[in-house]
Design a protein around this ligand. Structure first.
Ligand code: NAD
Length: 480
């Protein structure tokens, strides 16, 4: 059955799972709400462990054939996926705005769908070369890469389509079959994505099963799944790791972050304000590698606060379907409560609001919030807010700022803002993170490996290193 989106009030679309190349209707569906309005965006199928078992069977069968197809065929499949998404990009972007809340324009839903197309094509261009380790009178020893088997992908609600493609494209490019489980907060766009792309790949190669943590846990334990790629919070990541340990599953864990930005005294606040702002507030701060605490040198603290406040006051926040809005609501009530609690705690402990600071209106809206004169031990600094509230901390000694940046368990990314590239390079060497940005924050690129250290994750995605994570090393050692 082909799914067409109808947003008329009297007809709410249902979104179904895809298993073995077929659309699977279920008995139970749950409403998914538009976070900007509280209206129902669509109804998502509720999957069960029995659906998961069927998806694993289908993926195992697909894998038996897919593991032996040529590299060109796998590369073409990624291109076909990109083309299929391209054909449906308007529909997917609108659905994404209606379920996730991000604006259609700017760094929002159209940008995310464009990223899916770019990443699927870039993954088609990747390859893992056979390495000749020895070739002499005694032997020829080659290092090959073999696919792992069935890969289970578990995704969060902040960038649901892009993260789905980040998992699925390299998995099938390396010769695996896949099952994706989206977050119950944002399942619709992924269900629709898989419904679209299943048509251009062999049956069973990409399956989508819905459900909450119970289904995610069943995936992590399932004997028919050989690798889990998980993007989500650190506490859930630890549970996934524990559940996957019984079968010694391969794991890639992309977890939370609490990225520090350090503004050195020579930086020009007016010049860097826009980069700092979008580094922090992209997707309303609901981004793993967003800038989540800003350390600013005392000499330019007031000017930096002023430049950011002016910018914050000029960026429209509202329903993402209105093209004038550059920022949308938080995706769900739970996240709204977390952000409100952390800002209230900061206020109660003497921090000062430069703008924002309380939920507004209908939907899960929270205004762009800047908090200054805040203690480094405040919860808003130490905990991942994952929302539009940035603490700005004053420092006087750059070594102290580096220590504070490194003091937390997180280690996804960090940034240094300065005109002195030697100073930036020296600080970069000291920061305990997977990526250090200089004069920017949060950029991800398909040809650059990305991943966290400490409690921010295990392994990397993207580039050859990310692709290699969907394979095992296989050595062929030929005697001469
Ligand atoms: P979450 O950990 O609550 O949920 C993520 C996914 O895990 C969902 O699909 C959920 O249903 C599933 N899940 C829940 N319990 C499970 C269990 N016991 N076993 C298996 N799966 C289970 O995260 P979230 O709230 O959806 O996303 C926000 C978090 O994700 C933030 O911490 C953010 O920083 C992080 N994140 C990280 C990256 C990255 O690349 N590092 C990217 C995006 C988001």
């Amino acid at each position: 059955m082909s799914q067409s989106l109808r947003f008329a009030n009297d007809c709410i679309a249902s979104f179904h799972m895809s298993i073995d190349g077929k659309i699977v209707e279920t008995e139970e569906y749950h409403d998914v709400l538009n976070p900007a309005s509280g209206e129902i965006t669509g109804r998502a199928a509720i999957g069960t462990v029995s659906h998961l078992d069927k998806a694993v069977d289908a993926a195992e069968k697909a894998f038996q054939r897919w593991r032996d197809v040529s590299d060109e065929e796998r590369s073409q499949a990624c291109r076909d996926i990109a083309a299929a998404i391209d054909e449906h990009k308007e529909e997917l972007a609108e659905l994404l705005t209606r379920e996730q809340g991000k604006p259609l324009k700017g760094l929002g839903a159209e940008f995310e769908v464009g990223g899916c197309i770019a990443w699927a094509n870039a993954t088609a261009d990747l390859s893992i070369r056979v390495k000749v380790l020895q070739d002499d009178a005694q032997a020829r020893v080659e290092q090959h890469r073999a696919p792992i088997g069935v890969v289970g992908s578990i995704t969060p609600w902040n960038w649901p389509l892009l993260i789905a493609i980040w998992h699925l494209a390299p998995a099938i490019r390396a010769g695996n079959a896949t099952i994706i489980k989206p977050s119950p907060y944002t399942p619709l766009s992924t269900l629709r994505l898989v419904e679209i792309v299943r048509e251009v790949v062999p049956n069973g190669l990409i399956n989508c099963v819905t459900g909450d943590g119970e289904i995610g846990d069943a995936m992590a334990r399932h004997p028919g799944i050989q690798k889990i790629v998980f993007t989500g919070s650190a506490p859930t990541g630890r549970k996934v790791m524990a559940a996957a340990s019984d079968r010694l599953k391969h794991l890639t864990l992309e977890l939370g972050g609490n990225d520090a930005g350090i503004v050195l005294p020579d930086a020009d606040p007016q010049k860097i304000a826009e980069g700092v702002f979008w580094g922090a507030f992209i997707n309303g701060g609901q981004t793993c590698a967003a800038l989540k605490r800003l350390y600013v040198h005392d000499n330019i603290y007031v000017e930096m606060c002023g430049a950011l406040t002016a910018l914050a006051n000029s960026i429209p926040v509202g329903n993402g379907l209105d093209p004038k809005n550059a920022l949308g609501p938080l995706q769900n009530q739970r996240q709204l409560d977390i952000v409100s609690t952390l800002v209230e705690d900061a206020k109660a402990n003497g921090a000062r609001l430069l703008c924002g600071g309380a939920p507004t209106g209908q939907g899960f809206f929270y205004p762009t919030t800047l908090v200054c004169d805040i203690d480094n031990n405040a919860r808003l600094v130490r905990e991942e807010q994952f929302g539009p509230a940035l603490p700005i901390i004053r420092y006087t000694d750059v070594n102290e700022a580096v220590c504070l940046a490194n003091a937390l368990d997180f280690g996804l990314a960090a940034s240094v803002w300065t005109n002195d590239l030697d100073a930036a390079t020296a600080i970069a060497a000291q920061l305990e993170v997977g990526t250090v940005y200089v004069n920017k924050h949060g950029e991800v690129l398909p040809h650059v490996p990305f991943g966290g250290v400490k409690q921010s994750g295990l392994g990397v995605e993207f580039a050859e290193e990310g692709l290699a994570a969907y394979s095992t090393i296989k050595v062929v050692n030929v005697a001469k």
